[in-house]
Design a protein around this ligand. Structure first.
Ligand code: FPP
Length: 231
């Protein structure tokens, strides 16, 4: 454990729920349901080693192309997860946040999310961020439109950063995408400029604290140079 470097912010592209379910002859939503267990185990694992920020890509701007049945199933799972866990969030010191444009979501889901965010805003052990109706391109367009509305004629990168949904987060140190797919799918396009990338083969429902630790061990061996020279 001695050489372990704990990333401050880990962001996860949860992939493989559908294939996990198919392999078991189950409907796709059974895979998403199992994915919630993996989220819980991963949060517990992250708390054990003092990761401060953990972000989950839960619903992309492109996921609206899926069947209404699958979309409704994902919404139900998010609703239930937020509704069932207020005591756990308080006891573990979990702060819940979101990035993404949630206005197209059902009203009760939006209210539940905003209520949970308010109730957990003072918790400080870990910040759990769910990316919901999130896409990197959409986020950049919304940020630039906010700057245009503010009347600025010339900007620095800092102005863009301040207007991104992620303005309360440090940039991710480590991006994990499960299921063996090696792409970023419009996730945090600006914020991951210097992130380390890790693509384990495991389907998301089989991910847990132990696999998170393995990812961190691999991350700890990477040399981060941020464009500088080898030390
Ligand atoms: C990717 O697997 C998974 C998703 C697009 C949805 C993930 C959502 C959840 C686990 C629920 C979110 C819950 C909370 C609390 C925010 P896939 O369906 O693309 O898998 P496949 O590539 O094998 O088909």
């Amino acid at each position: 454990m001695s050489n372990l470097i704990i990333p401050k912010h880990i962001a996860i592209i949860m992939d493989g729920n559908g294939r996990w379910a198919k392999r078991r002859g189950l409907p796709r939503n059974a895979g998403h349901k199992a994915g919630i267990n993996a989220i819980e185990k991963t949060i517990e694992g992250a708390l054990n080693i003092s990761v401060k920020y953990l972000t989950f890509f839960a619903f992309s701007t492109e996921n609206w192309k899926r069947s209404q049945d699958e979309i409704d199933g994902i919404f139900d799972l998010i609703r239930l997860y937020l509704k069932n866990n207020p005591n756990k969030f308080q006891n573990l010191g979990v702060q819940i946040k979101h990035i993404g444009e949630i206005s197209p979501f059902p009203d009760d889901l939006k209210h539940q999310l905003l209520k949970t965010e308010k109730e957990t805003e003072k918790n400080n052990k870990i910040v759990i961020t769910f990316a919901l109706n999130y896409g990197g391109h959409d986020e950049i367009v919304r940020a630039v439109n906010k700057i245009i509305k503010s009347g600025k004629k010339e900007i620095q990168y800092f102005d863009i950063q301040q207007n991104l949904d992620t303005n309360f987060l440090p940039e991710p140190d480590l991006i994990i995408r499960t299921s063996g797919e090696e792409r970023l799918s419009n996730f945090m396009m600006l914020q991951i400029a210097y992130s380390e990338l890790y693509f384990p083969k495991v389907y998301w429902p089989d991910f847990d604290g132990k696999k998170l630790l393995k990812a961190i061990k691999i991350y700890s061996k990477r040399e981060r140079r941020f464009g500088g020279i080898t030390q």
